[in-house]
Write a protein that binds this ligand. Structure first.
Ligand code: MN
Length: 288
């Protein structure tokens, strides 16, 4: 199932280039009271929401339909408890980061097994329809296309062989980055610097998450082209690694790292990012 969030927090089922408004399925979610849960309620109750959507379709309920190009796509996860990100998780990107002073800024670029995973601010999360405002025009601001796994089931100390059963689904991610000497979490957390979308593709729709092509273009020019088979730590190993430090909750976002080809974007550029089977998102960089 492909589920998007669109316009004013509507829930959509993406089918054949159309978005069916299935927002009424959200009625199965429990009412939240203070203190709010640490997880994303929609992802936490995804099986019940999916069942409700199946009933809407089976019962032939009249649903509003939109063309995909007519909706404003929001982040498929509204309330991630945390955004985890793998720093350098493709060997060729490790090599380019070590060679390019514009990327490393005298920061030591270590292997992920040694430097671990970092966290981005949840406030940086936006959907595909957002226009990205460059946070620091005095700096190099780069695109990083990444496969994103959305956690569906809570767990701590998850074994690699069980890890993929903790994934609710996948989407395309852009880990936007201000280059410079500061800590990664600061440089990658400006408002809008985590773009997720175009929608959530549930895990059952992805036959092999480690055989997906990634493609990022800027103004139609290919900048990053890779395949998830070249991940240093694969999705299962990343989940095991992350959960050895903290409990994972439904709706937690895991960005799995970017391949080689990162480059600067400028005001007025348009980035398109796509991953096999997960769709394509198109994001404009705001003019100054
Ligand atoms: Mn990254």
């Amino acid at each position: 199932m492909r589920l998007c969030r669109f316009n004013d927090d509507r829930l959509g089922l993406v089918r054949d280039g159309q978005v069916l408004d299935v927002s009424s399925a959200l009625q199965v979610l429990p009412t939240c009271t203070y203190p709010l849960p640490r997880h994303d309620p929609l992802v936490a109750h995804l099986p019940a929401v999916r069942a409700a959507i199946d009933r809407l379709i089976a019962d032939g309920v009249r649903l509003a339909r939109h063309r995909l190009e007519d909706v404003r796509l929001l982040s498929p996860v509204a309330n991630p408890g945390k955004v985890m990100a793998a720093p350098v998780n493709y060997l060729k990107h490790l090599e380019e980061a070590r060679e390019d002073q514009g990327i490393h800024h005298q920061n030591q670029i270590g292997e992920i097994q040694r430097v671990g995973i970092f966290l981005k601010s949840t406030q940086s999360v936006e959907g595909a329809a957002a226009t990205l405002a460059i946070a620091r025009p005095d700096r190099r601001n780069d695109h990083e296309i990444e496969l994103v796994a959305v956690i569906g089931k809570a767990g701590r100390h998850i074994a690699p062989q069980d890890a993929l059963s903790h994934v609710a689904g996948y989407c395309v991610g852009l880990d936007m980055t201000v280059r410079g000497p500061e800590e990664r979490s600061m440089r990658k957390s400006p408002d809008g610097y985590t773009i997720l979308g175009p929608w959530l593709t549930t895990a059952d729709e992805v036959s092999d998450v480690h055989a997906l092509d990634l493609l990022l273009q800027v103004n139609g020019e290919v900048r990053q082209r890779a395949n998830t088979r070249d991940l240093v730590l694969d999705v299962a190993q990343l989940i095991a690694f992350a959960s050895s430090f903290y409990t994972l909750h439904p709706g937690d976002v895991l960005m799995t790292g970017t391949p080689e080809g990162v480059s600067q974007v400028f005001p007025g550029d348009r980035m398109t990012a796509e991953i096999t089977g997960l769709g394509r998102l198109s994001v404009r960089i705001a003019k100054e």
